[in-house]
Design a protein around this ligand. Structure first.
Ligand code: SDX
Length: 419
């Protein structure tokens, strides 16, 4: 394994150290590049740039593998709950029985919110998008939790407890239901569903199939290396912004249609295909047409150049749920058809465009009864442990504040004449 690389720049010979990861992925450490050579790198979208050393998750894009703290997602999804996975991602190890009990009990201790939040939500105009309100209310929580010091582990548990409450209130306001409160006798995901769907005039009927499905979907979203929203959270953490405001920014980043907002866009795309007569070939050709801004939503990924392992699991979860609930869902059949046709098309094969997590997740949310504009809110609930673990890690690693450079292409220096 080479430990240095050499660069010849303007006839000068420069040596740079090589950094190796656990799976021997390697990077040239260019932290002294500009100082030593006067030049810098240029990498729009950071496609080739490692911005941190991290031990939380690992993606092998070529093999289509995802590990959380070293454990393959396929094992976690079958052996762990979302709360166990959150513990693992935040603390680096799976909890033993006592640790899990303490973690879960502490989260329950925090599962209430200040009355002012209800009053603020009342004032929000009805035409809001849930992601905007979730980001805003997450920031507002800061005002009620200023007793928490940065080193206080409880702040992570606070957010794990409070984000589902905010999500349920945002949903219930949208559908005209009064707030529903957490039930301390329920586990995390059962509680989440109860807070969403309970009706004041009748007792809430818990459906274990739906709870297990949602728990698995939350696990699939829990972390994913330096994706756009996680890098956003890290950047704020590097400036020593607070945890809640950093997560609030991560929620806003995830909202983007090319990122977490894709799950809503996938269902809208599939519905449009149905409305326009179901001609899959026409839509695939549209996605390939460079003059057309349309893309096949839920397809392609910056890192996966093979199947997104999460999409494979989500597809199976969707099929099981639809079967168990005895739902006839033309959208699922259309999605499977579209996947099959796209993966036979040379354009998608050559560009290695496979379904990603967002291609099937919306179908599952819809079958559970969650409306489209809440899909990315559910993604946020799943990604929360990952965002918080990265915020925590950047502090532990004492990373410097993130401040990239640029290539300036504006005006040369000039004087104001006409004033
Ligand atoms: C998520 O980073 C993460 O890990 C994100 C995520 C997570 O867990 O945090 O996995 C969650 O955001 C998943 C992605 C959800 N987004 C979508 O499904 C939107 C549709 N997909 C794309 O817009 C796109 O594939 C991205 C944004 C996901 C990735 O874009 P890249 O890596 O910047 O790739 P690119 O845009 O440079 O595309 C490379 C080529 C281009 O063609 P050429 O210019 O080379 O001819 O592939 C084409 C693109 O036009 N292409 C597509 C396409 N995706 C890429 N063509 C048609 N349909 C698509 N979906």
């Amino acid at each position: 394994m080479c430990s240095v690389v050499f660069l010849d720049i303007n006839g000068c010979h420069y040596k740079f150290p090589v950094v190796y990861g656990t799976f021997y992925e390697k990077a040239i450490n260019i932290s002294q590049l500009r100082e030593n050579t006067g030049i810098m790198t240029f990498d729009p979208g950071l496609k080739n740039t490692g911005i941190a050393k991290s031990s939380i998750s690992f993606i092998d894009g070529e093999k289509g593998e995802l590990l959380y703290r070293g454990y393959p997602i396929e094992q976690i999804i079958n052996k762990c709950s979302f709360i166990e996975t959150s513990y693992l991602i935040l603390n680096g190890e799976l909890p033993n029985t006592a640790q899990l009990k303490c973690f879960s009990e502490k989260i329950k201790k925090f599962n209430h919110i200040n009355k002012e939040i209800y009053q603020i939500l009342d004032k929000v105009p009805d035409n809001y998008h849930p992601m905007g309100v979730l980001s805003f209310l997450t920031y507002v929580l800061t005002s009620f939790t200023n007793f928490i010091q940065e080193k206080d582990e409880d702040m992570y548990l606070h957010l794990l407890a409070k984000l589902p409450i905010l999500a349920s209130l945002i949903y219930r306001k949208k559908v005209g239901l009064p707030p529903s409160y957490a039930d301390k006798n329920m586990d995390y995901t059962s509680n989440l569903l109860k807070m969403f769907f309970s009706k004041s005039n009748k007792s809430y009927q818990h459906n274990p199939i739906i709870t297990d499905t949602l728990d698995k979907l939350l696990i699939l979203h829990a972390d994913h290396e330096q994706n756009c929203s996680t890098t956003t959270v890290r950047l704020l953490g590097s400036a020593h912004s607070g945890l809640f405001s950093s997560i609030s920014a991560g929620i806003s980043a995830l909202w983007g249609k090319l990122h977490g907002g894709a799950n809503q866009a996938v269902i809208e795309m599939l519905e449009n295909i149905v409305i326009s007569g179901g001609n899959i070939k026409k839509w695939i050709e549209k996605a390939k047409n460079k003059k057309d801004p349309f893309r096949l939503m839920g397809f392609g990924h910056r890192i996966y150049k093979n199947f997104d392992p999460r999409a494979k699991i989500a597809k199976k979860i969707a099929e099981n749920l639809i079967q168990e609930l005895r739902i006839v869902d033309p959208i699922l059949e259309l999605a499977k058809n579209l996947e099959e046709k796209a993966l036979q098309d040379p354009y998608f094969v050559e560009k290695k465009l496979y379904p990603n997590i967002d291609f099937y997740s919306g179908i599952i949310y819809q079958a559970i009864g969650i409306p489209k504009d809440m899909f990315t809110v559910m993604f946020s609930l799943g990604r929360l442990p990952g965002w918080m673990a990265h915020w925590k890690e950047i502090k532990l690693n004492r990373d410097p504040i993130g401040r990239p450079r640029q290539i300036y292409i504006g005006y040369k220096k000039r004087n104001i004449i006409h004033k």
